[in-house]
Design a protein around this ligand. Sequence first.
Ligand code: AMP
Ligand code: ZN
Length: 119
Amino acid sequence: MSSCLFCKIIAGEIPSKKLFESDDILAFYDIKPMAPVHFLVVPKKHIANLLELEAEDSALVGKLFFKAQELAKELGCGEKGGRFIINAKKDGGQTVDHLHIHFLGGRALRPKLTSWFLG
Ligand code: AMP
Ligand code: ZN
């Protein structure tokens, strides 16, 4: 989708700090990190949000999560963990309409609904 920010990153039209790339996935650091480790994992296919997932894309979401946890471990968060987040649409606070998993780690995040992320 030509107007989508993450599609532009995937196409290389906007620079990003890439962590991983394959035929169907891209992972890059969030431009405004909210934790010492904060990256995003996105499908190269434009899927607007999790609520618009089609059955044929369910395996792709599994791949996104598998890569996210692999990268989290590579970046030193395997032992202490972190938070995997997907915001969806307006009420979820989604600001970029291209499906993405956030991973935040490297510090203790507030446990309940008090953090900035969970509102
Ligand atoms: P969300 O609010 O869940 O839609 O998350 C969108 C995320 O994309 C935010 O955490 C932004 O900081 C991040 N973001 C926006 N523009 C860029 C960019 N050019 N490169 C990397 N991350 C970005
Ligand atoms: Zn897109």
